[in-house]
Design a protein around this ligand. Structure first.
Ligand code: UFG
Length: 339
């Protein structure tokens, strides 16, 4: 069974390709290598013993997208990760984000309309909830005004898919709203590859502990939370990857109840920044150099998932906890340091 993974050499994409291949799917990867590398492809082959089809292709090139789908009319599903994902950069370059994340989605959906089987999984985000009023966050929580162009592309993306599904019953879609994916494959052969100075907490911790960065700045300790630092739902990337396989199987087996469904992917547990640091210090058995600084603008106070729908309807549940995920990130970082 042939499945397309766009952005399949990225962080979540590559882990999903591994899980798909482990389940026996034949995977075709499209990636423009803008935020990834061919080494990731080698890593996927090393882990699974199988070589996915790879095409270096930029989804912004509509003619190339059309040509690709013409060649691969036997696709049974598309998992769409390809997108830009840096919140801060999206504020600086909104049009780049709308072009990269929205134009490309439209081109892919236009081609899906032409296929006989159109199963589509969309990479969405808890950012669509902004600061939710009630914790944990259910899928019914209101979609609030986006806090960044990046967040807006996820909201608009979901709307575009919903509108398309409304008029084209042939397209079956599931949007997966990730909370904070972290961690790496247990082999430490693939993981997150931040370019430049990391913006996200876990890669920053890993690089600080490795001596690449001097000190972690903890952005604010005066939030109304357990210890004053922000609370997030950190979810192991392998759990996130497995959810994509389960979501695809749901569509392939016609188990979906409507042709556009949405699920939260989180552990259901919120952890503060200081709790994350403590967990790191425990699993790595070393102290982390950090200091408290001012709040970072745009941060929500707290976000963690109600996973009831994903557990009961999708039939997926996170298998790893925070310490497991941080340990896998640390092992991945150590393998990077050894290169
Ligand atoms: N943090 C620090 N120091 C750092 C980096 C982060 O204290 O150097 C804190 C942040 O203030 C926040 C927490 O660690 O409280 C998590 O921050 P991340 O940047 O790791 O993650 P975010 O929750 O800000 O962002 C994630 C995804 C985005 C998505 C967003 C939705 O990375 O793609 O969730 O809320 F849009």
């Amino acid at each position: 069974m042939k499945v397309l993974v766009t952005g399949g050499l990225g962080f979540i994409g590559s882990h999903t390709v591994v899980e798909l291949q482990n389940e026996g799917y034949q995977v075709v990867i499209i990636d423009n290598l803008s935020n990834s590398s061919l080494d990731v492809l080698k890593g996927i082959v090393a882990i699974t013993g199988k070589t996915p089809i790879f095409e270096k292709l930029d989804l912004k090139d509509k003619a190339q997208v059309q040509a690709f789908f013409k060649q691969h009319q036997d696709l049974k599903g598309v998992i769409h990760f390809a997108a830009s994902k840096a919140v801060g950069e999206s504020v600086e370059k909104p049009l780049l984000y709308y072009e990269n994340n929205i134009n490309t989605l439209v081109y892919v959906l236009q081609e899906l309309e032409k296929l006989t089987i159109s199963n589509f999984i969309f990479s969405s985000s808890c950012t669509v909830y902004a600061q939710a009023d009630v914790m944990p966050i259910t899928e019914e929580a209101p979609i609030k005004m986006a806090e960044s162009p990046y967040g807006n592309t996820k909201q608009i993306g979901e709307e575009i898919i919903q509108d398309t599904c409304n008029v084209n019953a042939k397209i079956q879609a599931i949007a997966l709203r990730y909370f904070n994916p972290i961690g790496a494959h247990e082999s430490a052969i693939i993981g997150e590859l931040p370019i430049g100075v990391p913006q996200n907490l876990i890669p920053y911790i890993m690089q600080t502990a490795s001596g690449i960065r001097e000190q972690l700045s903890v952005f604010g300790d005066d939030y109304p939370t357990i210890d004053g630092t922000c609370v997030r739902d950190y979810i192991h990337v392998v759990d996130v990857a497995k959810a994509h396989v389960i979501a695809l199987q749901r569509l392939l087996n016609n188990k979906n109840t409507t042709n556009f469904e949405v699920f939260n992917l989180g552990t259901g547990t919120g952890s503060s920044v200081l709790e994350v640091i403590q967990a790191f210090e425990k699993v790595a058995n070393q102290k982390l150099n950090y200091k408290i600084v001012n709040r970072r603008s745009g941060d929500v106070v707290s976000a963690y998932a109600d996973t009831t729908k994903a557990n009961e309807v999708l039939g997926w549940k996170a298998q790893y906890n925070l310490e497991d995920a941080i340990l896998s990130s640390w092992q991945w970082q150590k393998s990077l340091n050894a290169v």
